[in-house]
Design a protein around this ligand. Structure first.
Ligand code: SF4
Length: 111
């Protein structure tokens, strides 16, 4: 599962400071898409468990949420990274995947 970038964002999840991963490979091509750079895998680099771990450790105490923007088209891998985040997080922390399809949405609060 490739990501275009990661960033610290403040608005996507209300009342949370989120470490957000922008997942590549969106096949939907919505008219007026805000992020057409996410349409292809070619713009991204693979997310690894090590990078996820490193970033969560780096921003520990400053973020309150780990957020995946998109990724439902890589559901198995997305689930893997959600589970990985759960094993390495500090509490309390939200893990959320914002996707277009309800079946692939998770919101988990670890306390
Ligand atoms: S789902 Fe999001 S990223 Fe994908 S095409 Fe639509 S607006 Fe763009």
């Amino acid at each position: 599962m490739n990501i275009y970038k990661y960033d610290i964002v403040f608005q996507e999840v209300p009342d949370h400071v989120s470490l957000a991963f922008y997942v590549c490979g969106c096949p939907l091509k919505c008219p007026g898409c805000h992020s057409p750079e996410l349409w292809t895998e070619k713009t991204g680099t693979p997310l690894t468990t090590e990078l996820l771990q490193q970033l969560i450790t780096r921003y520990r105490g400053r973020i309150t949420c780990v957020l995946f923007l998109g990724g439902e088209w890589h559901e198995t891998e997305l689930c893997h990274f959600l589970k990985s985040a759960i094993t390495i997080i500090f509490a309390p922390l939200y893990i959320q995947a914002l996707t277009r399809f309800q079946r692939a949405c998770w919101k988990i609060l670890i306390t």
